[in-house]
Design a protein around this ligand. Sequence first.
Ligand SMILES: [Zn+2]
Length: 415
Amino acid sequence: MGTDDILLLGVGIQPPWGLVDQRLDTDKQPHELHLEVKCERGMKYACPECGQSHPAHDFQKKTWRHLNFFQHHCYIHASVPRVRCPDHGVKLVKVPWARTGSAFTLLFEQAALALVREMPVNAAARLIEVTDKRLWRVVEYYVSKAVAGFDLSAVQAVGLDETASKRGHNYVTVFIDMERRAAPVLFVTAGRGQDTVAAFGEFLKSHKGVPEQVLEVVCDMSGAFLSAVPRHLPKAQITVDWFHIVQTFTKALDEVRKAEGRVKPLPKHLRWAVLKRGDIGHLTDHQLNALLELLEQGLDTATAWRVKERLRWVRQASTPQGARWRITRFINYSTDLVGTGKLLEPVRQALQTLATHAERVVRRWTSTYTNARLEGLNGLFQAARARARGYRNTQTFMTMIYMIGSPAGAVLKST
Ligand SMILES: [Zn+2]
């Protein structure tokens, strides 16, 4: 084996391609190793569309960034034949070391993807010294290829939730398989509400799934989801998961606290004190003192907090009958407690929502699917946001959710 062969080992350069020149450019920092490869002339080449062989019509100069050779950047240059196919016109032939349209070799892309699985894209881009924009293009290519190959034929229970790629705007809705513990993400789409359920129905059908086979959907209490699910997943029963109930009441509490804070001074350290679980052990001393002060002063925020804390008692019901009974008791007790004060309107609304959806909430006691799944999505969203840091738009955020939370991540490993 000569030195040329060693250089080409692993690059994917094989006959009819061969190395004709190599030079190290030491004027550049870092130094650049340039490999010039060439294919034998007078051969026939396959049309990339149909595979029929034709002689070269002409040649086009192309360059690919390859893995660093020690600390030197490495580039491969080649004149790539174009064939004139009677059926497909003039086409550039495929080279074995790169996919069509990419300016990187396959090995370079593999190494880049391995990094992107472990660190934010902009950090990986710095490490391999390419712009993050170009790296994103590679990542998006492989992720969408993996997603196109998803098989949803076994899906029977779906959970869905929405989140914002940035605070307050650019929503995405994520659908997960409630039966899959690892990499549960099935589908990610821009937007929120009814259209996303329609989009999921289409995605399901185009990936071997059967909408009529989906028997359960777990989601929050938003009217948009509740009206769209029967249209696109006609056999599905809707379960409202507990996590979203707590979220609804926590949000109401936060609104009361903000509104009340505008009209009178509230104890310091109150915000996190009321949002956290109220049992001893979860709170710092400051937060505990803030809570005690809050309760002493008889503020509306205290009332909203009492209602939220009382939810845990409902959650502890051990049977559907018990849950139904506790929900009724909880609503009656809280309605009395809340009264008619103006500031407590958000809590009255939360109670109304719970009353409307009580049966769907009770279903979680009969559902076989743990409700921790949707709660776990929050961690996934946070991780995806962190990974897409510095280059975040809806598309990159969605790509990262697939990458971290779906089987696409595993497919990339073996690309
Ligand atoms: Zn052809």
